[in-house]
Design a protein around this ligand. Sequence first.
Ligand code: ZN
Ligand code: ZN
Length: 252
Amino acid sequence: MEIIIVGSGTVAPRPERRQSCVVVEAGGEMLVFDLGAGAVRGMVAAGLDPFATERIFFTHFHPDHTTDAANLLFAMNYGTDEPRTRPLHVSGPEPFETFWSSILNVWGEWMQGGYPIKTRELPHTCDSPLELDGCVLTWAPAVHRPESIAYRLDGESGSFVYTGDTEYSRSVVDLARGAHTLLIECSTPDDAPVPGHLTPSGVARMAGESGVERVVLTHFYPAVDDGRLPEAVEKGFDGEVLVAHDGLRLRV
Ligand SMILES: [Zn+2]
Ligand SMILES: [Zn+2]
């Protein structure tokens, strides 16, 4: 599977780092995890076709992970000459249906086109994995917002985990156990921790305990994005450490 980091930033407005979005191309399908501001334009900048999106998965409902859902669906209706006919699958953690219907109450007239939108509310603990084209999706609770979950994709070539926003989380460590690549948030430096988020030492702890081969750091507030990454993580983790940038492509 191929992984494209579309947005590696946060709510802090920085043109060089769009808000959270990661695309996974697996089994011929384009899967989109989170849709923060700038994600749709970021897909185009990264050489991706936003209209090729088949499935959207949200980790939680903070605006820096969700607001471009409105832009993407609006663009699917009015930003292309070829109206979509095939279904779009949109999933998120419980209470996703309440969140989604609230957005549709405001913008539904412009977001809903002539194609089916199939929503799915995921229970916080995965009791039944989703069988996708060429891979299997599982998830587990993260420690950030009450609804927060992290995702894992297992394919023939390897496993990929995306934490979304989280602080140290035993359930995310368990989810990531033995995976090849862990895309993990690293919001603030060790001398300025923020509840609900990770610092470099927390990233190293989670990466080490889960036994992943490679961590890819993302979701940077300006204070942690000071040129001292990845060394700050490498102090506590022996595997490969990469610092995401918008447009970074990875293979698993
Ligand atoms: Zn965030
Ligand atoms: Zn958040």
